[in-house]
Design a protein around this ligand. Structure first.
Ligand code: HEM
Length: 255
């Protein structure tokens, strides 16, 4: 126990240790985002696919699975932010004692952008959790269905209805864009921190960071944008439309 505490102290006590914490937690959060985006895209398959997937997430390991994932995710998030803040404060102190080289100014510019985009992502995540997980809006919270005798949340209807408000979609647009801008810089930095980015691999890793960020940007924004523009609809909207299409034909034949 003592040696474990000493190890934690040694990692947290050095800049390199904290950079590794930022890199590893950042990489795990990127894996979460890729998995979350892939899950969200089930909305384009069918309401059954996404609702069953959400039901599975909430019931895996007898309901413990989601709480284990939540605790893991929260730990990654808090460590990522705490280590970043600590590194920034340390760099600021160190810079006060050094000459202001051009490179230092450059580095501080990009890290300042990282801090602002990071702070917006935190605000976005809070809003998003209250929107779709806590479901503060009683209309969204009440969207449930009963299938084969089991009650499950109608995530398909909740998400599409939740994205009918332009202000909400604009907020998601800003949040996801800043998240992806944060990642376009952050993913390449992971490879630098863990020491596998050299002069020769610098550009490929940079391109990989951009490719993942663009894929996440398109994948995440596809849902709010197709919802608000009526490209995907709740099952009820769909049946209301087909009923409206059938009616004029019935009218003509009755003349
Ligand atoms: C823009 C498209 C997105 C959609 C449609 C979406 C959809 C959802 C839904 C439906 C849930 C609730 C799942 C459930 O309880 O059944 C959820 C939870 C969550 N989402 Fe998203 N999400 C999106 C983007 C994001 C982004 C960009 C992030 C991270 C920056 C994120 C992070 C989370 C987190 C942390 C949870 C809470 C998981 C939990 O504890 O239950 N989501 N999302």
């Amino acid at each position: 126990m003592n040696s474990l505490l000493r190890l934690v102290n040694r990692i947290w006590g050095s800049s390199i240790g904290k950079k590794w914490i930022v890199a590893i937690t950042g990489a795990l959060l990127v894996f979460f985002l890729l998995a979350h985006m892939a899950g969200n895209l089930l909305i384009f398959q069918s309401s059954e696919a996404i609702n069953e997937y959400a039901y599975f997430l909430h019931h895996m390991l007898h309901g413990w699975g989601i709480w284990i994932s939540r605790i893991g995710l929260l730990t990654m998030f808090v460590l990522h932010i705490a280590a970043t803040i600590s590194l920034t404060l340390h760099n600021r102190q160190a810079r006060g004692q050094q000459y202001a080289y051009e490179t230092t100014v450059q580095a501080s510019k990009s890290s300042r952008i990282m801090i602002w985009s990071g702070l917006t992502v935190i605000a976005f995540v809070f809003f998003h959790i209250f929107h779709f997980t806590v479901r503060l809006d009683p209309e969204l919270a009440g969207m449930k269905e009963v299938v084969d005798g089991k009650e499950r949340h109608d995530v398909h209807r909740m998400v599409i209805t939740g994205f009918q408000k332009p202000a909400v979609v604009v907020f998601y647009l800003i949040g996801v864009t800043l998240l992806c801008s944060h990642l376009s810089h952050g993913i390449a930095s992971i490879f630098q921190t863990i020491g596998i980015r050299s002069k020769g691999t610098r550009d490929p890793f940079k391109a990989l960071g951009w490719a993942i960020s663009i894929a996440l940007w398109i994948g995440f924004l596809a849902v709010p944008l197709t919802s608000i523009f009526g490209i995907i609809e709740t099952d009820e909207q769909g049946s209301a439309k087909s009923a409206a299409l059938i009616e004029p034909v019935a009218d003509e034949s009755s003349i």
